[in-house]
Design a protein around this ligand. Structure first.
Ligand code: AHM
Ligand code: MG
Length: 336
């Protein structure tokens, strides 16, 4: 076997988003490009901290004190600080909403820009201490015309987002991004310190063979979910679906993007609105899913059409392969 010479023409994330901007011509100011470049830097920074967390005492509870008497930051608190600092300093943001912060941050002059970023800096907290995949999720809105940036600029349906993405910190760091014309995946080349385009134009297979639910909640699930799950576990024809559930939304959605199937975190008798957060978990993942040709629904309603009333509200989530999600929706339609 002859070895291929290494590529001398790498497509980095910066090159790719810049190319996108140039395509739009004079219409694009370059601000979104610069914001996306700032976000990818935060992902690199968080990725290095995730990788060395065990060695430098970043796991465990915030508020603990290390041997030098310095206060330790938990990885998710640290990730939040990394993102808030970088997004403020980018000069491109007006409003920031983070899962870690009760209130939105309104950016003042001279740092104020025209974008709002909603994010979960480190999602999958139950997996952090075990070294299992975790990730950052983000969505971006442009402020409304004539707005200086208020909370109303983020209390808007997900279909008004201009971009969304996530970075998964796993065996490699993978950043998956959409600016509204398809989905692209980039892998961090640690030696270069650059995200390289490795998964151009991701399309979710129209049907998969995997379901991803926390079935430990089955006793609380409503009949449409129970009956749908039974239909794929005990099919009348063919083989049953496989179960895969990591408990990190980014990792479970990433696998669904690449392999197909259905991911679900429904509302149920115990969690009346489900668990996942609308603004910075459900919306960005729904945006990416639709851009990759899949469906994202609450069971009865398109997720991206929900109008949020508060920044931390929750919603029921099912997303993934078109045909699989349609099958689930039929159980809601027939109410059984
Ligand atoms: P977190 O924001 O506290 O990390 O919770 C969100 C996570 C998601 O990543 C994941 O899909 C879900 O919670 C798993 O919840 P559960 O442990 O109830 O299955
Ligand atoms: Mg979260």
């Amino acid at each position: 076997v002859t070895e291929q010479p290494p590529s001398t023409d790498l497509i980095t994330l910066s090159r790719h988003v810049l190319h996108d901007q140039l395509r739009l011509g004079a219409a694009a100011t370059g601000d979104l490009t610069l914001l996306l470049i700032a976000i990818q830097v935060t992902s690199k920074f968080i990725a290095t901290n995730v990788r060395k967390a065990r060695l430098i005492n970043l796991v465990g509870l915030a508020g603990e004190t290390n041997v030098q008497g310095e206060e330790q930051k938990k990885l998710d608190v640290l990730s939040n600080d990394i993102m808030v600092n970088a997004l403020r300093a980018s000069g491109k943001t007006a409003v920031l909403v983070s899962e870690e912060l009760d209130n939105a941050i309104i950016i003042e002059e001279p740092n104020r820009g025209k974008y709002c970023v909603v994010f979960d800096p480190l999602d999958g907290s139950s997996n952090i201490d075990a070294g299992v995949n975790i990730g950052t999720i983000f969505g971006i809105y442009a402020v409304r015309p004539d707005s200086k940036g208020t909370i109303e600029d983020v209390l808007r349906p997900g279909n008004e987002m201009v971009a969304a993405g996530y970075t998964m910190y796993g065996s490699s760091a993978n950043l998956v991004l959409s600016t509204g014309s398809g989905v692209n995946g980039y892998t961090l080349d640690a030696a270069l310190g650059e995200f390289i385009l490795t998964h151009p134009d991701i399309k979710i297979p129209p049907r998969g063979k995997i379901y991803s639910f926390n079935e430990g909640n089955s006793m609380y699930f409503y009949p449409p979910v129970v009956n749908y799950l039974n239909s794929i576990k005990y099919p009348k024809t063919g083989s049953p679906y496989s179960a895969r559930y990591i408990g990190s939304m980014v990792a479970d959605v990433h696998r669904t993007m690449l392999y197909g199937g259905i991911f679900g975190y429904p509302d149920d008798k115990k969690s009346k609105s489900g668990k996942l957060r609308l603004l910075y978990e459900a919306f960005p993942m729904a945006f990416l899913t639709e851009q990759a040709g899949g469906i994202a629904t609450t069971g009865t309603k398109r997720i991206l059409d929900i109008v949020p009333t508060s920044i931390h509200e929750r919603c029921s989530v099912f997303l993934g392969s078109r045909e699989d999600v349609q099958d689930l929706m039929k159980f809601y339609e027939s109410k059984n």
